[in-house]
Write a protein that binds this ligand. Structure first.
Ligand SMILES: Cc1ncc(COP(=O)(O)O)c(C=O)c1O
Length: 387
């Protein structure tokens, strides 16, 4: 298999010519010189690993997300993998999750040594909680629901299952900062809640970063060890661990952006609700059913096309019109080459497969304005007039 390591560079180049983009980072960091001033202080203090910016970031997250403990780490993937390691997940164990997710969810399960056990999704793209119990075996060690695109899973049902079978929950909340279900914040439902600070997440930094929420002191202590070689002090190595610390420079960027996170979130919600209102009139599309008790934070704005055969054509049409329509994602995890060893096949998860064939995402970040939203709506209408 030919490996294309340059796909990101190609994507940056392709997207550069678009007018309405998913990538908004130049705008978001216009005031980067203020961040440089903080980095200058860091250089003079030499606190490059686990220095005061990391402590400040963790403290602020704790307050924002109302969790007892926060452990910042090197990435969202590490947050998931370390959480599983903290629970003692090892070779031969099973972790229940969804096939409709980013590669990292499954990668984290596999690198922790376990086998991912998939459960199909519902029409809202999230794991079907009614199907989880059937997949529990003696080997099951955890449930990992993914709050896809910032919409919290059916945690009431998942919590009940977790209690009944004494199975811990690790939330993949990488898309879901400030999302709520019945007013409770994402990351606080499970034993651990994992978040990513990747550049295109709702709260982002200048590279990789992530963090874990927990309300359990025992887990907190172990995660603090795991992320830093298992060191209790300079000369004492209590357990073998990893090197997965949030970089101090990224912590500075994170603290800077935290000032804007409410604004970022509110604008994503406002833009998405506007699209909902207008696109719901288009009979060719299927929108997610919104619920009053859910605050979705729209890491992605997704809708589906009724006629699968027109999906790629619509994406191309929008892109030709300089709109950054994307597919997140066309191939579900059980059909990826990496999953081949598990023996899944086409048809195993029909709802997930249907979503993968029909979904489209549009940009709704805080720099998208009404005129741009109207252009997206108009171009979709135009497409269906012609097709
Ligand atoms: C659902 C989901 N889980 C986990 C991750 C992993 O996060 P990171 O890229 O910070 O490792 C991502 C990142 O894109 C994600 O979308």
């Amino acid at each position: 298999m030919k490996i294309n390591n340059k796909f990101l560079l190609k994507q940056y180049a392709n997207d550069r010519n678009l007018e309405i983009k998913h990538n908004y980072l130049t705008n978001q960091f216009k005031d980067y010189k203020n961040i440089f001033k903080e980095i200058e202080k860091l250089i003079l203090s030499n606190e490059f690993t686990l220095g005061s910016p990391v402590n400040i970031f963790e403290k602020k997250i704790k307050t924002l997300l109302k969790s007892k403990y926060v452990i910042s780490v090197g990435s969202g993937t590490d947050a998931l993998m370390l959480s599983l390691k903290c629970l003692g997940v090892k070779e031969g164990d099973e972790v229940i999750t969804t096939p409709y997710t980013f590669y990292a969810t499954i990668g984290a399960i596999v690198t922790a040594g376990a086998k991912p056990i998939f459960v199909d999704t519902k029409e809202d793209y999230n794991i079907n909680a009614d199907e989880i119990e059937k997949k529990i075996t003696k080997k099951t060690k955890a449930i990992m629901p993914v709050h896809w695109s910032g919409r919290i899973c059916e945690m009431d049902k998942i919590k009940k299952i977790s209690k009944k079978y004494k199975l811990p929950i690790v939330e993949d909340a990488c898309h879901a900062i400030l999302a709520t279900r019945k007013k409770k914040l994402a990351g606080n439902f499970g034993d651990m809640g994992c978040f990513s600070l990747h550049p295109l997440k709702n709260l982002n930094v200048w590279g990789d970063g992530g963090f874990i929420l927990t309300n359990n002191k025992k887990y907190y202590d172990k995660l603090m060890l795991l992320r830093n070689h298992g060191l209790v002090s300079r000369n004492i190595n209590k357990i073998f661990g990893y090197n997965s610390r949030l970089d101090s420079i990224q912590a500075i960027v994170g603290v800077h952006l935290l000032k804007k996170i409410k604004h970022i979130t509110e604008n994503r919600i406002k833009n998405s609700h506007y699209l909902d209102k207008k696109l719901s009139k288009n009979q060719n599309l299927i929108l997610k059913e919104r619920k009053d008790f859910l605050r979705e934070v729209f890491h992605l704005y997704e809708f589906r096309v009724k006629n699968f055969l027109l999906r790629d054509k619509l994406v191309n049409y929008l892109r030709k019109n300089k709109i950054d329509a994307k597919i997140h994602y066309p191939v579900p995890m059980h059909l990826q080459p990496a999953s081949k060893l598990y023996g899944y096949k086409n048809g195993d998860f029909p709802v997930t497969e249907k979503i993968a064939k029909s979904t489209i995402s549009l940009p709704v970040h805080e720099f998208i304005n009404r005129k741009q939203l109207d252009k997206m709506i108009k171009k979709i209408e135009e497409f269906y007039h012609e097709n």
